[in-house]
Write a protein that binds this ligand. Structure first.
Ligand code: BGP
Length: 484
């Protein structure tokens, strides 16, 4: 009876809720040499298992091997097909579309003095097309796309000079798009640098034991760059809303053993809260001091950095939610690697996707409540979705009910959180159109409402088609979440 009642329940989302989809330039644009674009990190990451290995192990050389296939070079050819794709987003009824600007389209090497006009003009066309359809762009300034030259010549975010280059980049895009873009985010999944420094911090750890100081120094530089971007954004675009973007994976204790509870708390603080605390509260959290001490980390902090953090905090928190994490202090050898991508152990109450990501809609409600309790500023779920293999039927249809089920349960969890009192401003489903997976470089790990005929071996027509979820999501949006 109770269950039946819950099933029939309708949810109320705030008026003006930003329903839509999310993408990143490197995973969809293609045209990797066009319009004077320079190479970035994603351009040197091959596809498949090899990518996962590169991201997890020390010592990557950032070189292109002519014998390998690099899926991000082609993406899904959004560079040429953006009009068709945006028309499809409009057909679903998107209110918002999250995309990133490729830094290397604007500053091909990252350290030039003047921006590249062809790159600037491309995003003008994209933003104009979105506005033509009444879709609000939500822009990530840096999404795993650091210019390769900055990686090779400066060692990525370890070098303070990169802050100056980033400042030049953000000033160029804020000035250019000030009348076209209101919603911004600084660094995609900034805390992912703790797990995958290559994509987010722009360097490969050489030896495991050397990782602490360089990693946190690179974080410090990103925090300075992010606060600087908030400052500039508010000056150049007074009505802008500038957010941070973190992965939030609520961390559970495996059981009620207080040692495990404490361990889960520590993991949660470091992974989920550390970056948010600096960007939202404007200061390093107290708990990090002990961590720094225990790992001999002494940061080089310049005069004015801490004041900058305090004065230029973000307007909202964008976060990605795919999974929760379950922690235990002592893991047996069998348990290590059994958890999700970002660690932990297997949660016996949860099922996992074909890539081993545990599916936990209730965890989204928990994440929203935890974040709102801690910060009390608007939240924006800017990524959520199910990576799955899709089957195209003979008549061309795609019955992705598994995706609909996944999204439905997560949207309901958001509805519950809204009732809990959480201030939630929007939801952009990840990979609303199939694109290249970030962690595995596969096309076959699909998230979209729109299918793209492109495959892991590079074959495919790139034709687009509507999946069953396309029509379902259209109905969700047109009813503002009531018909989920
Ligand atoms: C996030 C990234 C995205 C995206 C998504 C799904 O970590 O911000 O870029 O790709 O996860 O991950 P994957 O593509 O590895 O399935």
């Amino acid at each position: 009876m109770e269950e039946k009642k819950l099933k029939q329940k309708t949810y109320k989302f705030p008026a003006g809720f930003l329903w839509g989809g999310a993408t990143a330039a490197n995973q969809m644009e293609g045209g990797f040499h066009e319009g004077n674009k320079g190479l970035n990190i994603a351009d040197v990451l091959p596809g498949g298992k090899e990518r996962l290995k590169i991201l997890a192990e020390p010592g990557f050389n950032f070189e292109i091997d002519p014998d390998k296939y690099y899926p991000n070079h082609e993406g899904i050819d959004f560079y040429h097909r953006y009009k068709e794709d945006i028309a499809l987003f409009a057909e679903i009824g998107f209110k918002a579309f999250r995309l990133s600007i490729a830094w290397t389209r604007i500053f091909p090497n990252g350290d030039e003095l003047e921006p590249n006009e062809e790159g600037l003009a491309f995003y003008d066309r994209v933003f104009d097309e979105l506005h033509k359809h009444g879709i609000e762009p939500v822009v990530t300034i840096s999404h795993y796309e650091m210019p390769l030259n900055l990686v090779k010549e400066y060692g990525g975010w370890r070098d303070r000079k990169v802050v100056t280059f980033f400042e030049r980049y953000v000033a160029a895009i804020f000035n250019r798009y000030k009348n076209k873009v209101k919603y911004w985010m600084t660094f995609n999944e900034i805390n992912s640098g703790l797990a995958f420094p290559i994509m987010s911090l722009g360097f490969s750890i050489e030896k495991e034991e050397d990782k602490f100081k360089p990693t946190f120094q690179a974080f410090h530089h990103q925090f300075v760059a992010s606060a600087m971007a908030v400052k500039l954004g508010h000056e150049i675009i007074p009505d802008s809303k500038i957010g941070c973007m973190i992965i939030f994976a609520p961390t559970y204790s495996f059981d009620s053993n207080p040692e495990n509870v404490m361990h889960a708390l520590q993991e949660e603080r470091l992974f989920n809260n550390f970056c948010g605390d600096v960007q939202v509260r404007g200061e390093y959290p107290a708990f990090i001091n002990r961590y720094f001490k225990e790992h001999n980390i002494e940061l080089d902090i310049e005069e004015g950095d801490l004041a900058l953090f305090k004065e230029h905090t973000v307007d909202y928190i964008g976060f990605s939610y795919y999974m929760s994490r379950t922690e235990k202090k002592e893991k047996t050898p069998e348990e290590i690697g059994e958890g999700n991508m970002i660690g932990g152990v297997k949660n016996p109450f949860l099922q996992a996707s074909d890539w081993g990501w545990e599916i936990d809609p209730e965890g989204l409600r928990i994440a929203l409540n935890k974040l709102y309790d801690r910060y009390q500023i608007p939240l924006f779920v800017v990524e959520n979705g199910l990576g799955a293999y899709d089957k195209v039927e003979e008549d061309g249809s795609i019955h992705d009910d598994y995706r609909i089920d996944y999204l439905r349960e997560h949207i309901k969890a958001m509805g519950e959180a809204v009732e809990d009192g959480v201030g939630l401003m929007g939801y952009t489903a990840w990979g609303c159109i199939d694109l290249v997976s970030a962690s595995s470089g596969e096309y076959s790990k699909r998230y979209g409402f729109i299918y793209v005929d492109k495959h892991d071996d590079g074959s495919g027509t790139m034709d687009r088609s509507r999946k069953k979820s396309f029509f379902w999501y259209k109905d969700v949006i047109s009813s503002n979440g009531e018909r989920v």
